[in-house]
Write a protein that binds this ligand. Structure first.
Ligand code: SF4
Length: 74
């Protein structure tokens, strides 16, 4: 599913709205929106370090490739 096909955020789907933790008067999605999930609030996934086994004269880490990122989020 592409990002544009994803549902628009709404206060009904927001963790804060569903748990009566929202103090904003207008029931419109705001920048604080966090998806409501059975596990509660979950921090966003961070990039993983990939250590290289090459000589140490080069950088000892690299960001994952696009293919690795796609496989991680598939
Ligand atoms: S935090 Fe924002 S998105 Fe969530 S319920 Fe409140 S107004 Fe809506």
């Amino acid at each position: 599913m592409s990002r544009s096909a994803a549902r628009k955020p709404s206060c009904e789907d927001c963790y804060f709205g569903r748990n009566l933790l929202c103090a904003l008067p207008e029931p419109q999605p705001c920048a604080t929106f966090r998806p409501n999930h059975p596990d509660g609030l979950r921090p966003p996934q961070q990039l993983r370090f990939v250590f290289r086994s090459e000589r140490r004269t080069r950088a000892v880490w690299a960001f994952p490739t696009a293919q690795e990122q796609a496989a991680l989020h598939a």
